[in-house]
Design a protein around this ligand. Sequence first.
Ligand SMILES: [Zn+2]
Length: 386
Amino acid sequence: MARKSIPEVERLKVWVRAGGRCELCGTYLLEGKLTYQDFTLGELAHIVGQEATAKSPRGMDPLPKEERDLADNLMLLCRGEHNEIDRKGSLDVMTGERLRHIKRDREEWIRRVTALKPEAGTVVIRLIGQVRGQEVELTKPTAADAVIRSEERFPEFPLSLHGDGFEVDLRRFPHEKTAGPAYWEQCKQQIDRVLEHKLAEALREDSVHHVSVFAFARLPLLVYFGSRLDDTFTVSIYQRHRSTESWCWPDPGDAPRRFVTEAPHTSHPDAREAVLLLNISGSIQAAELPEQLASLPRWTIRPQDITPSVDVINSASTLDEFTSVLRQLLSELEASHKGMQRLHVLAAVPVSAAVTLGRVHDANVHPTLVIYDRTDNQYTTALEIS
Ligand SMILES: [Zn+2]
């Protein structure tokens, strides 16, 4: 029996919903890979086979015959993959349920991405290092997905090396676990190289006004990185959330959490040095301070009404709250302690708050930040930001 052909309108729907790409591997199907000529290379594959027989792949299914040639039951695929999913050996793996799932995800994604306007572009910068030998997953698709879902922005990677090379890669510098002065210095230089040359150049050429930051590295480097991001563009800062293992904000619609500042009982307006404790993801106790800091006036920022924990910063608006409390404190210090030269910062904070600290700091008006690193339960000076 001759196979009946699929109605033209249903074909059109499948091609448009798939964005002209294979729904399994993403290959663009209107152009040859060798000659770049216009071709129509895609094939429409039935999820539930066209006939309700055992011979028709996935055909033994209650789906009525008249619905089998509709777009909802068809996928746009490369010829090779169409062939493969219909082979006996793959029917147990590429089940109807799995194919439908892939198709739905893919088509929702295409629809969302094609709705974005080009001016909603954001330059993605991924800073990837290690934290005590650990790394996290942060591929281009991961960052792109977080940017599109959270901000409806169009991700661009003008600074990226070919393939999945990171924009700022700190992983090749040795002795991360014991992080001494040489480690901090090498990493700082690498950050500067990328931001001062490549980012500045990209900004000049493309007039990009928005940057999205994805960073994973030792805390002092996150602060430094934040301090090197220019004020001339808007920055969105992301972090990987432990509760969901995702870079998307876990509770985007929730009311933002609040933060409070505890000031010292007394502090002399002429004080030249002070301590800032950021107790957001954990609580640093006064007893843990290095001896030379114990007698300095001390300010603390912590969450209001809840105990510090790793997932306190759960949305972009909570990060905004933290940012404004921090900004406020730095402004007050500037107004009330004109002579203050060094602010010693000990921080138990998530990635986004560390980058924010660097970004909020203004070297022209604020005291130098002395950033401490915690190794073997001891806080030691890592680097200074002035
Ligand atoms: Zn394919």
